[in-house]
Write a protein that binds this ligand. Structure first.
Ligand code: HEC
Length: 151
């Protein structure tokens, strides 16, 4: 009888932990803001890491546009790869856990969009077509910036 009660308590504790961990993965470490965006609460080092990544995204975008202007598809490809999906694995796990699910998804979308541009440049798509990819890419930058803030 006591063993049964203890098992139920153990199962209850396990479920509570599973629910808490699940909620943490969906919400990350966040707070509401006055302007309706969601603030992601990070340590100063993590904030510096994220903002540093942002600078790289903007620099890659500029190099892509420069490559298009020069009609240099090798340069377009190289710039796009620099911010493609292969860089996602450099995000420390402790930081990834604080990011809400929507933020992580938008982040993945943006890296996928850079990969699409790399493939497009490789496959000889026209500059007009690549501009279309860039338009969708910037749409993803805007989507995240209008939804999230760092604190
Ligand atoms: C997953 C979300 C997300 C995506 C996608 C995203 N950003 Fe950001 N970015 C942020 C957040 C959050 C900040 C901090 C803004 C704040 O706290 O007000 C930021 C800040 C920046 C900054 C300022 C950096 C600094 O040092 O202050 C730049 C530049 C930037 N982003 C460029 C980009 C570009 C270019 C793209 C698309 C190619 C992009 N971002 C996509 C979330 C994102």
């Amino acid at each position: 009888m006591r063993a049964a009660v203890l098992s139920w308590i153990a199962i209850g504790l396990w479920l509570a932990t599973a629910v808490a961990v699940g909620a943490m993965l969906v919400r990350g470490r966040t707070e509401p803001t006055d302007d309706g965006r969601t603030a992601v609460v990070l340590d100063p080092g993590e904030t510096a890491f994220v903002l540093g990544e942002m600078q790289v995204l903007l620099a890659s975008l500029q190099s892509i546009v420069r490559g298009l202007a020069d009609n240099d598809m090798k340069a377009v490809r190289a710039a796009a790869v620099r911010s493609g999906g292969s860089v996602v694995s450099s995000v420390p796990a402790s930081l990834a856990l604080k990011l809400p699910m929507g933020f992580r998804e938008l982040g993945r979308d943006v890296h996928d969009a850079f990969d699409e541009i790399a493939v497009a440049a490789d496959q000889g798509e026209t500059r007009e077509m690549i501009l279309g990819h860039i338009d969708r890419l910037i749409g993803r930058c805007i989507a995240c910036h209008s939804a999230y803030q760092l604190r």
